[in-house]
Ligand binder design. Structure first.
Ligand SMILES: [Zn+2]
Length: 173
């Protein structure tokens, strides 16, 4: 489960908040109502011709060096699909058409780093890689590797929500 993150001060006037409910804070002075919502992110199962999943190695903290799926935060004014396509280009140097994305479902996670409040809601997609995809890791990706769904190293995955999602998507018999 994700931990609850408390904000202390109103971003409008700097006075203290009172917690009205788990999702709502209200400023004691200006009465600003501040809702606590997750940030939307995307991630994708890119599957090669052998049925293996592309995992990336994180270049930066949080979770530097751990395995992750390609994806990231959705920008202002982007759809989930636009964000997904952009992240794939940025991280892997390949273009996947939004028409080739299959939506699988969503997971919730925590991404706390520095002063970033980390509750995320992650839209999971799937797409097949063509044989001649020439992937060049870039941006916040150090490297990539293909792993069979049978051998997913759950202890090396960066985020709990993604682990939970993969365990349900690829149940072990
Ligand atoms: Zn205020």
């Amino acid at each position: 489960m994700t931990q609850e993150i408390d904000y202390t001060f109103c971003p409008n006037c700097g006075s203290k908040f009172t917690k009205m409910s788990p999702n709502l804070l209200e400023c004691n002075d200006c009465h600003l109502q501040f809702y606590i919502n997750p940030k939307p992110t995307t991630a994708i199962l890119l599957i090669n011709q052998k049925g293996e999943i592309l995992f990336v190695v994180r270049k930066n903290d949080p979770k530097k060096g751990m395995l992750d799926l390609p994806g990231g935060f959705v920008d202002i004014n982007e759809t989930l699909e636009e964000g997904m396509v952009r992240e794939i280009v940025e991280e892997l140097g390949i273009t996947i058409s939004s028409k080739d994305l299959t939506y699988l479902g969503s997971s919730v996670d925590e991404y706390s780093y520095g002063n970033i409040d980390g509750r995320t809601i992650n839209a999971m997609y799937r797409a097949e890689l063509s044989e001649n995809s020439s992937i060049v890791p870039a941006d916040d990706v150090e490297d990539f590797l293909f792993i069979s769904p049978k051998n997913i190293p759950y202890d090396k995955l960066a985020f709990q929500g993604m682990k939970d999602f993969l365990k349900e998507y690829y149940p072990r018999v």
